[in-house]
Design a protein around this ligand. Structure first.
Ligand code: SF4
Length: 229
């Protein structure tokens, strides 16, 4: 299964299917942010990160322009990642509290992290077409970790919404109608599929304003660990 996941990662990083996102990821990688001007940006799709036998999945929206799109690893090199991996470290799921570059020694256990869209989008807003074009990568990744997966943490409403078609595609389970509303702490469970947990996105917009606090993240990870046990 690890080999299949590696093959999928390689396939994802070589995808050029969305012209607008390809142009954007490459433009950001060329223009750069002034503080990173001496660094070579990744400028490609960002694959998932973490264990092939994950019991917990963390599903985000898309890589950040100067985070994952710069470093090549999801939630790496920006404030969102700082908050996420600090919480994972407190929860015993990461060996260190920081995530600054793809070769910084970070390892995570029992967890796989990925995004619904694998390329950084302008304004963090993929179009519906881009979302749908990228969805098969998510579905294939879920299929590969399906034997062990027990809990999915959806970071934000976009990821929450991306779960339903993924669940139908991978598990053959029809999503509930109406769909359960996203909210921080929202939980949805059903027979034969991983539990779904809602969590506010770890974006600066939420963490700088106090809408999402470290204690709130700790609660989510405690619940995820308990559901995954
Ligand atoms: S968003 Fe997904 S489908 Fe579109 S180019 Fe990036 S990896 Fe390919």
């Amino acid at each position: 299964m690890g080999d299949a996941l590696q093959a999928l990662d390689a396939e994802i990083t070589d995808c050029f299917a969305c012209p607008r996102l390809v142009a954007w990821r490459e433009e950001v990688a060329t223009v750069k942010r002034a503080s990173f001007r001496d660094q070579a940006y990744w400028g490609r799709p960002v694959p998932g990160f973490g264990a092939a036998d994950a019991r917990i999945a963390i599903l985000g929206l898309a890589p950040a322009a100067h985070g994952g799109n710069r470093t090549g690893r999801i939630f790496t090199g920006d404030r969102s990642g700082d908050v996420l991996f600090a919480a994972m470290h407190r929860a015993g799921l990461a060996n260190q509290p920081t995530s600054v570059s793809a070769d910084d020694g970070l390892t995570i256990k029992n967890t796989r992290i990925f995004a619904a869209v694998r390329c950084a989008p302008p304004d963090n807003k993929p179009t519906p077409d881009e979302r749908d074009r990228c969805a098969p990568f998510l579905h294939r990744e879920l299929e590969l970790i399906r034997p062990t997966l027990r809990v999915v943490i959806a970071l934000g409403a976009f990821a929450w919404a991306a779960w339903w078609p993924a669940m139908r595609a991978v598990y053959g389970v029809r999503p509930p109608s109406p769909r359960p509303a996203f909210g921080h702490g929202a939980q949805w469970t059903a027979e034969g599929v991983p539990a779904l947990l809602g969590c506010y996105h770890v974006s600066q917009q939420n963490t700088f304003t106090g809408r999402l606090t470290p204690a709130m993240l700790d609660d989510v990870f405690a619940r995820a660990r308990s559901l995954a046990a």
